[in-house]
Design a protein around this ligand. Structure first.
Ligand code: PEP
Ligand code: MG
Length: 585
C-alpha cells in the first residue's frame, strides 16, 4: 500500500481499478495464471526478451550509422539490462512463485526499479531510470501484441491516471467509464480540474509521480475531498474508505434536501446563486438537482473543445436554444469563446513561450473575427427565446470592449435588416480577470451592462502564479490581501455606476469565501452546480450585517494565512464543522 498526497479538485471517493492513460502506458491488469500454465508463461517472457533484444541490436546498428555511437549507446544500455540475469531472475520468480502473468511481472518489476533509480541522489543513476521505462514499454508491446486495451474500448468503469490531461482530452472523457481521475500535474483552478467538477467525478491533481507509481489494473482509492490517493490499499483501508464513501454520499443527500430554500441572508437580502456550465447537458442537474437560479457562466468554448469541430452559427444557436428551454425562464449568461492558452486542441496550438500571456480569449476573437461574429449572431438570435446576457472574456482595456460592442451593434443592424428577432436591450458584460481591468474599472463599468469577476485568472495574473502548476499551487490563493482589494474595488465601482457585479471564478464556490463575498456586497455568485446548495446554505446562515462586519475585519488583515484562518474560523461558527466540502484555503 502507498499513500500519495495531492490537490483535491473534485469531491467524492472512488474505489476501484486504475487505468493508465494512453501515451503514459499500456494497461496491465493484475492477473494470475493457473499453476500448470506457469512454464508457458515463463517461456513467453523469455521469447519476448529474445525478440526485443534482437530488435534492439538491429536498431542500434541503424542508429549508429545514422546518428553516431553516443546515441546508439543508449540502446546498448537497454540491451545490457535485458540480458542482466538477476533482473530476468526477479521477473521469472514473480511468474513462477506468485503466478503473475508475464506482463504484470515485467511491469511491476521494471516500475519498481525505475522508481528506485529515479529517486537516487546520483544523477547518472537517476537519468538511467528513463531507460528502464523505455525498456518496459518495448517488452510489454512485444508481450501484448494486438491485445493492448485502450480507453475507447473499455467496458467497465475505471479511474484514469495520467501525467497530464488537457482540457480538450478531459472534455472528451466518457463519463460512463471514467469515474475518477488523478494526475501528476495541475492546480485547483486549472481548466482540467474545473471540468472534473463539471463531470462530477472525484479527482486529485498535482500528485507528481502517480503515473509512474501505479500499474494499470491495480486497485486505487481516489479521495477527492482530501486530496489523498491510495495505491494498492489493504483490506482495512478499503473498509475505512467504503465507510467514508457512504458517509459522503449521505452528506450530499442532506445538502440537497435544503436545495429549494431561498438564497437569502437571515435578514432577507437575496443573493443569486447561479451555476457555471461547460456543456449544455449540465443544465438539467444545475436546475433540478441543485436548484441554481440560472446559468451565470456558460463556457461555450467547450462546444468546440469537446467535438474538435468549430461550431457553425446554427450549432451555437441550437446549443443555446436547448439550454434556454431547460432553464424555463431563468437567466443564461453566455460567454463568447475563451480559446487559447490551455484551451486549445494541442494539434492546433501555435508555438508561444507564455500561452497564458499570449493569443488567448478576446485577443483570438479580434485576430480572427469570423468565429466571434457568428457566435454573436447566434447569441443575439437566442436572446429572442429567453433571458440571455452576453459576456466578454479577458477584457484588459477599454478598446477591446469598444471593439466587441461595435461588432454586436453591427450584427444587431444586420438582424434588424433581415427582420430576425432578438432582444434589442440584451446586456453586454465583461469579465474582470486581468488586473489592468480592475485598475480601470470605473471607466469600464460606465461602458458595459454588468461585470463578472473571474478570480481564476485574476489570481493567476495578479499574484503571478500559474493556475495549473502544482509546484506553486500553495501560492495560488484568494486570501491574498491584493485579491481582496481588487474584488472590493470592482464591487465599489459597480455600485457607483449602478452596474451589477457577479463573481464566476472558483473563489465564489469555496465555502470559506462566501461570507466575505456577501459581506463585500456581491449579489450574484456563479459556481460549479454541485456547490450551489452549500453556497445557498451559507448565505442563509447569518444576517447581512454579520457578513459585512466579517468582511471589514478581513480587509484590515495583511497576511495570507491570517485571512484564510480567520475566514475558516468564521465559517465554522456559521456552519457546524464537518458539514462542508473542502475549500481551497
Ligand atoms: C476565471 O478566470 O475565473 C473564469 C471564470 O474563467 P475560466 O476559468 O474559464 O478561465
Ligand atoms: Mg478566465
Amino acid at each position: 500500500m502507498e499513500i500519495l498526497k495531492g490537490i483535491p479538485v473534485s469531491p467524492g471517493v472512488y474505489i476501484g481499478e486504475a487505468f493508465l492513460s494512453e501515451g503514459e502506458d499500456v494497461r496491465i491488469p493484475m492477473r494470475t495464471v493457473a499453476p500448470e500454465a506457469v512454464a508457458a508463461e515463463v517461456k513467453r517472457f523469455e521469447d519476448a526478451c529474445l525478440k526485443v533484444s534482437s530488435d534492439l541490436d538491429t536498431l542500434r546498428g541503424v542508429t549508429e550509422s545514422q546518428l553516431g555511437s553516443n546515441i546508439a549507446g543508449i540502446l546498448s544500455v537497454q540491451t545490457q539490462l535485458l540480458r542482466d540475469p538477476s533482473l530476468r531472475q526477479k521477473i521469472n520468480v514473480r511468474i513462477s512463485e506468485q503466478k503473475h502473468t508475464a506482463e504484470y511481472a515485467v511491469a511491476k518489476t521494471l516500475r519498481e526499479l525505475a522508481k528506485l533509480m529515479g529517486s537516487s541522489a546520483n544523477q547518472l543513476i537517476k537519468e538511467r531510470s528513463s531507460d528502464i521505462v523505455d525498456l518496459e514499454k518495448r517488452v510489454l508491446a512485444e508481450l501484448l501484441g494486438e491485445h493492448k486495451e485502450d480507453l475507447a474500448h473499455l467496458k467497465r468503469p475505471v479511474a484514469l491516471i495520467a501525467h497530464d490531461l488537457g482540457p480538450s482530452q478531459t472534455a472528451a472523457l466518457d463519463r460512463t467509464k471514467v469515474k475518477a481521475f488523478a494526475t501528476d500535474v495541475g492546480g485547483r483552478t486549472s481548466h482540467t480540474s474545473i471540468l472534473a467538477r463539471a463531470l462530477q467525478i472525484p479527482a486529485v491533481v498535482g500528485l507528481e509521480t502517480i503515473s509512474a507509481d501505479i500499474t494499470g489494473g491495480e486497485t486505487i482509492i481516489i479521495d477527492g475531498n482530501r486530496g489523498i490517493v491510495i495505491l494498492r490499499p489493504d483490506e482495512r483501508t478499503l473498509a475505512r474508505y467504503r465507510k467514508l464513501q457512504a458517509e459522503f454520499e449521505d452528506f450530499e443527500r442532506k445538502l440537497i434536501q435544503d436545495k429549494d430554500l431561498p438564497a437569502v441572508t437571515r435578514d432577507g437580502v437575496e443573493v443569486r446563486v447561479m451555476a457555471n456550465i461547460e456543456f449544455p447537458e449540465e443544465v438539467g442537474d444545475a436546475i433540478e438537482k441543485y436548484s441554481a437560479a440560472g446559468v451565470g457562466l456558460f463556457r461555450t468554448e467547450f462546444l468546440y473543445l469537446k467535438s474538435g469541430v468549430m461550431p457553425s452559427e446554427q450549432d451555437h444557436y441550437e446549443a443555446y436554444r436547448w439550454t434556454l428551454q431547460r432553464l424555463g425562464g431563468r437567466p443564461l449568461v453566455i460567454r463568447t469563446f475563451d480559446l487559447g492558452a490551455d484551451k486549445i486542441d494541442p494539434a492546433y496550438a501555435i508555438s508561444e513561450h507564455n500561452p497564458f500571456l499570449g493569443l488567448r480569449s478576446i485577443r483570438v476573437s479580434m485576430k480572427r473575427p469570423e468565429n466571434f461574429r457568428l457566435q454573436v449572431r447566434a447569441i443575439l438570435r437566442a436572446s429572442a427565446l429567453g433571458k440571455v446576457r452576453l459576456l466578454l472574456p479577458m477584457i484588459s482595456c477599454v478598446e477591446e470592449l469598444r471593439w466587441a460592442r461595435g461588432v454586436v451593434e453591427e450584427i444587431k443592424a444586420e438582424l434588424l435588416e433581415s427582420k430576425t428577432s432578438f432582444d434589442e436591450r440584451i446586456e453586454v458584460g465583461i469579465m474582470i480577470e486581468v488586473p489592468a481591468a480592475a485598475m480601470q474599472i470605473r471607466t469600464l463599468a460606465r461602458e458595459c451592462d454588468f461585470l463578472s469577476i473571474g478570480t481564476n485568472d485574476l489570481i493567476q495574473y495578479t499574484l503571478a502564479v500559474d493556475r495549473g502548476n502544482e509546484h506553486v499551487a500553495h501560492l495560488f490563493t484568494p486570501s491574498h490581501p491584493a485579491i481582496l482589494a481588487l474584488v472590493s474595488m470592482v464591487v465599489e465601482a459597480g455600485r457607483e455606476a449602478n452596474v451589477p457585479v457577479a463573481m464566476c471564478g472558483e473563489m465564489a464556490g469555496d465555502p470559506i469565501y462566501v461570507p466575505l463575498l456577501v459581506g463585500m456586497g456581491l449579489t450574484e455568485l456563479s459556481v460549479t452546480p454541485k456547490l450551489v446548495p452549500e453556497v445557498k446554505t451559507i448565505v442563509r446562515a447569518a444576517p447581512l450585517e454579520t457578513f459585512r462586519a466579517l468582511a471589514g475585519e478581513a480587509m484590515k488583515m495583511v497576511e495570507v494565512a491570517e485571512i484564510a484562518d480567520f475566514l475558516r474560523e468564521k465559517l465554522d461558527e456559521l456552519l457546524p464543522p464537518g458539514s462542508k466540502f473542502g475549500g481551497m484555503g
